[in-house]
Design a protein around this ligand. Structure first.
Ligand code: CA
Ligand code: CA
Length: 419
C-alpha cells in the first residue's frame, strides 16, 4: 500500500496520517523479524500486488471453486491511527480502548478517541531477542466481571535457554490512561526450555466454553513436534486457570502430554474459531509450505516428517501426499506468505466478509482473505498492504485493524471503500 497524500484522495487507499511530518521513506530502518527473513533471502518471491488482488485466483487448495463475490478492489480504505514499537498483538477492551503488546516487553493502552497512549505496569520480564519477547493478549470471556487478561511471552530460563509462557493477571485501569497488572500468575510454560530465539508461537484464543487454546511452536528444534513428552510443536487446550481439562484427548497420560490437543505443528502464529466452532490455524512452513489447517482432536499434522516445503539447507522433506496418515493442510502456500495471525470475521461493517478468514502476512506484505466451505477452505483474495503485517483483529464496530511489523509500525483501521 502506498502512502497517499490529500491530493490523492480520489484513490481508494487513503492513509489519514499522510499529511503529517513522517513518511514511510524517512522512517527509521525497520526491524525484520527472523521467522521468515530467510525465506525472503532464499528467493521465496512475492507475487506482485496487481496479480495478488485477483479475486478468483486461489492458492492450491481443496476448497473447490466458489462463486466470485463482487466488491470494490481493494474493498477497504486504510487509516493510520497510531504507531508502536515492534507491536505483536492487540485486544480491544469493552470500553473500546485497545491493548497493544510490544515485543521488547511493554504493554500499551491506546485511547482511540483521543490518540493518547498509556502504559500498563507490572508485566512479566520477557526474553527479548530474535522472534522472542512480548507476545499475545487475550481477554477472559468474562473479563467484564473478573478482570482477567492473558499474556504470552518468551520467558528466560536458567542459562542460555528460554521458552514461551502464558500468564494471567487482573487488569487495573487508572484515571490517567494507563494501569497495572495485579495477581499475576504464570499458568503455562513450554517444556522443555531450549536454546535459540525462534518459533515460540504462543498465540492465545478462548473458545465458547471458556477453554484456553495455546499454539506452542517447535522452537526450531524439529523433532519435539512429534515427541509426546514435550509440548513443543503442539496445540494445547487448558482450563482458564491452566489446569488440564479431563476430556483432552491424551488426558490419561498425565504430565504435559495431557495438555496436547494436536501435534506435528511447526510455527503456529494464527489460531481462530469459525462460527461453526471449528478451530483453524496458520503456520509458517520451512522453505515453502506455509499451511492453513483445520485443527482436529488428537490429530498429527506431520511436521517435521512431511511438509509441502523443504528444509532451508536444501534437504527434501516428503510432501504431505506421501503420508496420508498425517492431516494435510486445507490451503498451502509456495511461495510462502509468512502467516502471522488469523481471525474469522463476524462483524457487520463488511457484510460480504462475514464468515471469511483473514490472515496477516509478513514476507507477503499482505492481508489474505480465506473463504471457508464446510470443513475446507481456499484463498479468495490477497490484498497488497505494502508493509509486513504482524497482526489482524476485528474491532468492536466490525472494522478490521492491522498492526504493521517492526519499529515505528503503524496501527491501521480498515473501513469499507465507497462503491
Ligand atoms: Ca503439516
Ligand atoms: Ca516437501
Amino acid at each position: 500500500m502506498k502512502i497517499l497524500g490529500p491530493a490523492c484522495s480520489g484513490l481508494l487507499l487513503l492513509v489519514a496520517a499522510c499529511g503529517g511530518a513522517s513518511s514511510r521513506a524517512s522512517d527509521a530502518p525497520r526491524t525484520i523479524a527472523a521467522e521468515d527473513s530467510s525465506a525472503e533471502a532464499r528467493g521465496a518471491h512475492v507475487a506482485n500486488s496487481a496479480a495478488m488482488r485477483t479475486e478468483a485466483t486461489p492458492a492450491r487448495s481443496t476448497g473447490g471453486n466458489l462463486p466470485v463475490r463482487h466488491m470494490p478492489d481493494p474493498p477497504f480504505v486504510a487509516t493510520s491511527v497510531a504507531r508502536f514499537d515492534q507491536p505483536w498483538s492487540m485486544a480491544f477492551l469493552p470500553d473500546g480502548r485497545l491493548l497493544v503488546s510490544e515485543k521488547p516487553g511493554k504493554l500499551k493502552l491506546l485511547d482511540i478517541a483521543n490518540g493518547n497512549i498509556g502504559e500498563i505496569s507490572g508485566v512479566p520480564t520477557v526474553a527479548y531477542g530474535g522472534q522472542g519477547g512480548f507476545g499475545d493478549i487475550a481477554l477472559h470471556p468474562q473479563y467484564a466481571d473478573n478482570g482477567w487478561i492473558y499474556l504470552s511471552y518468551a520467558e528466560p530460563g536458567e542459562g542460555d535457554v528460554r521458552g514461551a509462557a502464558v500468564a494471567r493477571a487482573r487488569l487495573q485501569l487508572d484515571a490517567d490512561g494507563g494501569g497495572r497488572l495485579q495477581d499475576l500468575q504464570v499458568i503455562w510454560r513450554q517444556v522443555p526450555k531450549v536454546t535459540g530465539e525462534g518459533h515460540y508461537g504462543h498465540r492465545l484464543v478462548f473458545d465458547g466454553d471458556g477453554k484456553l487454546w495455546i499454539s506452542s511452536s517447535e522452537r526450531q528444534k524439529f523433532d519435539p513436534a512429534q515427541d509426546m513428552a514435550s509440548n513443543l510443536g503442539k496445540i494445547v487446550r487448558l482450563n482458564d486457570d491452566g489446569s488440564v481439562p479431563a476430556d483432552n484427548p491424551f488426558a490419561e497420560q498425565g504430565g504435559v502430554t495431557a495438555q496436547i490437543w494436536s501435534l506435528g505443528h511447526r510455527n503456529v502464529l494464527g489460531l481462530a474459531f469459525d462460527g461453526e466452532g471449528r478451530l483453524w490455524e496458520v503456520e509458517m512452513g520451512p522453505r515453502g509450505g506455509d499451511e492453513l489447517n483445520r485443527v482436529e482432536r488428537g490429530s498429527n499434522y506431520g511436521y517435521p516428517i512431511v511438509s509441502n516445503g523443504d528444509h532451508y539447507d536444501g534437504r527434501n522433506i516428503p510432501d504431505h501426499d506421501t503420508r496420508p496418515e498425517f492431516n494435510a493442510p486445507e490451503v498451502w502456500w509456495t511461495p510462502v506468505i509468512s502467516p502471522s495471525s488469523l481471525i474469522v470475521y463476524s462483524g457487520s461493517m463488511f457484510p460480504y466478509f462475514k464468515g471469511n478468514g483473514f490472515v496477516s502476512g509478513l514476507s507477503s506484505k499482505s492481508l489474505v482473505r480465506i473463504e471457508f466451505h464446510g470443513d475446507h477452505a481456499r484463498e479468495a483474495a490477497r490484498y497488497d498492504m505494502g508493509e509486513r503485517i504482524r497482526c489482524v483483529r476485528q474491532g468492536p464496530d466490525g472494522a478490521l485493524w492491522l498492526l504493521e511489523d517492526g519499529a515505528n509500525a503503524r496501527l491501521l483501521k480498515l473501513t469499507p471503500a465507497a462503491g
